[in-house]
Write a protein that binds this ligand. Structure first.
Ligand code: F2R
Ligand code: MG
Ligand code: MG
Length: 343
């Protein structure tokens, strides 16, 4: 792993949180679409990135609303506090419920409130008849915690699992959250001036997920999905979008969206046909959205990983100006950097 100095690390913190926010805001209008023509997205991004014009900001969704809660809790408590995070989720949801939350997760917020937070982990265990949620709601909000634990891998795994289990007790739900956090962690520790070795990046993820999944009941679903990703990345001829959708998936299931987001980041290191930009961060989120399905969340997760790798300086100012709460997310990143620097 490269030695990352404090200035670069601060930029990576900002890149991660702002990158995730932009993926959410820019991907949200397309959430649920089957696939979005590359020409449509090219025009959308060119217009937003071009000379600034005044227009209503693209609003963030539940992805960033819940990310905000985790960031604010870590900043206020200077430690991981599951009860505090649960309280913030509930306050945020009831204060601003129209952010496109998952259909079932809101039941947890109701129960937590009625039960006065007696057991912050209790209601999540009752979801889906006791099976727990396997969706990507834990992964989409985990970036601030990955930043907070950037210097301690074991702490990262432990706290990320706990953060997920406030809402996602299905193995695929919390392991997907861990995978997203590990991808951010790996990106933070790499020097963006050196060419990214995509095969090495994915091999390291596979190795780490095989250790995580060793302790689970089901046989290695994420490891298997990441191995498929590696084959796609290695293809001499570009995999077409239909093949990527079919193999990686683009749904709300964590298993079919977290590895997809990682694929988007790794694939977008190099040019992609019909995506005309020299900027690899923009290419990442533009590509993620073009795959359709859970566009806000896949672009959010891909954006957080890409931002943690490239740093803030690569993210277009004009794209930022068109998104809600950018300044707030920069502030979170700076505060988290300051707290972790003094830990
Ligand atoms: N909810 C959405 N999008 C719907 C449309 C939003 C629209 N644009 C609007 O503005 O209204 N997006 C958000 O939800 C995803 C994250 O979901 P989360 O937080 O994980 O929620 P939940 O409720 O736990 O799971 C979501 C769905 O997944 C299926 N599911 C999960 N576990 C299951 C299980 N064990 N068995 C069967 N189904 C399971 C269910 O369909 C859940 O409703 C993000 O995309 C975020 O952007
Ligand atoms: Mg959303
Ligand atoms: Mg979504």
């Amino acid at each position: 792993m490269a030695l990352i100095d404090s200035i670069l690390l601060a930029s990576k913190f900002r890149g991660c949180l702002v990158g995730g926010l932009l993926g959410d805001c820019l991907g949200a209008p397309y959430e649920g679409d089957y696939r979005i023509p590359k020409t449509v997205l090219q025009k959308y991004f060119d217009t937003l990135e071009g000379p600034y014009f005044k227009s209503p900001v693209k609003q963030y969704t539940d992805d960033s609303a819940m990310t905000k809660c985790i960031a604010e809790s870590l900043i206020a408590q200077e430690r991981f506090d599951s009860l505090d995070i649960a309280k913030r989720f509930v306050k945020e949801y009831f204060g601003d419920p129209r952010r496109g939350y998952g259909e079932q997760v809101v039941e947890i917020f109701h129960k937590l409130r009625v039960q006065k937070f007696g057991d912050p982990f209790g209601p999540a265990k009752e979801q889906f008849g006791g099976a727990g949620s396997y969706a990507n709601g834990g992964a989409m909000r985990v970036a601030p915690l990955a930043l907070f634990c950037h210097s301690d891998y074991n702490e990262l795994i432990n706290l990320v699992e706990q953060s997920a289990k406030l809402t996602h007790t299905h193995q695929e739900g919390y392991d997907g959250t861990i995978l997203q956090a590990i991808a951010v962690y790996q990106s933070l520790h790499l020097d963006p001036k050196e060419k990214l070795d995509t095969q090495n990046f994915s091999s390291q993820l596979i190795e780490k997920m095989s250790e995580i999944e060793e302790e689970d009941d089901n046989p290695y679903p994420y490891q298997t999905q990441l191995e498929k990703m590696q084959i796609l990345l290695d293809k001499k001829e570009d995999a077409d979008d239909e093949e990527v959708q079919r193999i990686m998936g683009n749904t709300v299931a964590a298993l079919y969206s977290v590895p997809t987001a990682i694929f988007c980041f790794l694939r977008a290191c190099a040019p992609i046909p019909e995506i005309e930009t020299e900027n690899p961060f923009r290419r990442t989120i533009q590509y993620a959205i073009s795959l359709g399905g859970d566009t806000d969340t896949i672009a959010n997760m891909a954006g957080a990983i890409a931002g943690a790798y490239y740093g803030y300086s690569v993210i277009s100012e004009n794209l930022q100006k068109h998104c809600e709460a950018t300044e707030q997310f920069i502030e979170y990143a700076d505060k988290l950097h300051k707290i972790t620097a003094s830990k």
